[in-house]
Design a protein around this ligand. Structure first.
Ligand code: NDP
Ligand SMILES: O=C1OC[C@@H](O)[C@H](O)[C@H]1O
Length: 384
């Protein structure tokens, strides 16, 4: 059977939009996805030159693994628009990918849905639960597909680690720690940078925080002992203020899934974390150490408890397990999921269901409101 081709409209011409589009140009067979193809039919920017420049750059990226898409028509007929609305109204667009700063996600998603388009939206989905509920309501009413672009969930390593957790072969799960720390050199950045500007949802929590939460959701929320998928309690949280703009330079949270375990999560823009163990899943018999970065790891280790044999569990020697990503940046797996869902008439993904985006959004809301930063009461476009 011929592969199903999904036609994408891209909203914004920034960093991650570029990376995502390049990944759409990679041959799906390189990741064993011969059933779906991707085509970019429209690019929307706030200015025509930016949209045109973006398209030109994509065409020029026809090297290595990106060449396949260009040779196979992935950019054929692609229209560069100087507004987002033209993308929403283009009949040759099946799904819109939103990659604007956080505070615009709600407005952009809402406009796309109201124009009758399916939507994949970057993290964090919106600025609060109410905004997300509204989008879910519109998508359901209009029978459209809607998903948060949590690309990590679709990478091969996540399934492998979840299988080990579910197998019980490492014994009882004791706790999880995840540290998404990235020295962003805040002092060298302009105050208008999206990571620093409170009006754009700046700060560590909203930008880096979704990744520790991905792992907490996959390991603890999805743990066999949480078969009812009950949300966690926030036991504690603390946000460190970056004085120059008042956003959080770091956020720490302690969450508990009752009867399953606790997760200590960090998002920090001021330093790098320990690369060989950005996430540590502690079990009775040994630990799983996930190697950085937490957004797209490709390796994990299973390690014994310390050198003292009397303290060790069943795991006596360290083993290393690799799950290499296919060529590209690793974002095509989520794009394939969107293509398959839309092809099959699904309105949401079972791997990234809307109810789990809501669980995460409520955590982000509460942590932000418990903290004292300038984004404490910030709303997205719903609040403007
Ligand atoms: N999944 C992932 O790995 C990643 C996800 N992200 C997420 O993607 C989103 C965008 O991040 P990133 O690509 O790094 O951001 P950039 O600043 O690089 O790009 C944002 C784009 O949004 C558009 N835009 C619309 N309004 C504004 C505004 N007021 N100020 C600035 N830009 C505006 C611009 O495009 P134009 O001028 O063409 O309209 C701009 O290029 C964020 O929400 C972030 O969380 C970011 C990085 C990685
Ligand atoms: O989603 C992301 O992942 C990688 C980080 O570098 C980036 O700031 C963030 O938005």
């Amino acid at each position: 059977m011929a592969p199903f081709t999904l036609r994408w409209g891209i909203i914004s011409t920034g960093n991650i939009a570029t990376t995502f589009c390049k990944d759409l140009l990679v041959d799906p067979c390189t990741r064993n996805a011969s059933d779906v193809h991707h085509q970019i039919t429209a690019i929307g920017s706030r200015s025509v030159p930016s949209a045109e420049g973006f398209l030109t750059k994509l065409k020029e990226s026809a090297i290595d693994h990106f060449e396949w898409g260009i040779k196979n028509g992935a950019l054929e007929g692609c229209k560069p628009y100087g507004s987002y609305e033209e993308v929403y109204n283009d009949p040759n667009v099946d799904v819109v990918y939103i990659a604007t700063p956080h505070t615009y996600h709600h407005r952009n998603c809402k406009d796309a849905l109201l124009a009758g388009k399916n939507v994949l939206c970057e993290k964090p989905f919106t600025l609060d639960e109410e905004e997300l509920e509204e989008l879910i309501g519109i998508a359901r009413e209009k029978g459209l597909f809607l998903m948060e672009a949590v690309w990590t969930r679709f990478q091969p390593i996540t399934y492998a680690i979840q299988d080990i957790v579910a197998s019980g072969k490492l014994g009882k799960l004791k706790r999880l720690t995840v540290d998404n720390s990235l020295d962003f050199r805040l002092d060298e950045k302009e105050e208008t940078h999206r990571m620093l500007d409170p009006a754009l949802g700046g700060g560590a929590l909203l930008d880096l925080g979704p990744y520790p939460l991905v792992w907490a959701m996959l390991i603890l929320h999805h743990h066999p002992l949480n078969s009812s998928r009950s949300p966690p309690k926030i036991l504690n949280s603390y946000q460190t203020l970056y004085p120059r703009t008042g956003v959080d330079s770091a956020t720490r949270m302690l969450l508990e899934w009752e009867g399953v375990g606790q997760a200590a999560l960090t998002a920090d823009l001021t330093c790098h974390g320990y690369m060989d163990g950005v996430a540590v899943i502690t079990f009775e018999e040994g630990d799983i150490l996930i190697v950085a970065p937490p957004s797209k790891p490709q390796t994990f280790h299973i390690v014994p408890h310390g050198p003292d044999p009397s303290r060790q569990g069943l795991i006596k020697t360290k083993t290393t397990h690799r799950y290499p990503l296919s060529p590209g940046h690793g974002m095509a797996y989520e794009a394939d999921e969107v293509a398959r869902c839309i092809r099959d008439g699904k309105k949401e993904s079972e791997r990234m269901p809307l109810k789990e985006s809501l669980v995460v959004m409520r955590i982000l809301d509460q942590v932000r409101r418990n903290g004292g930063t300038k984004t404490r009461d910030l709303r997205g476009t719903a609040g403007q």
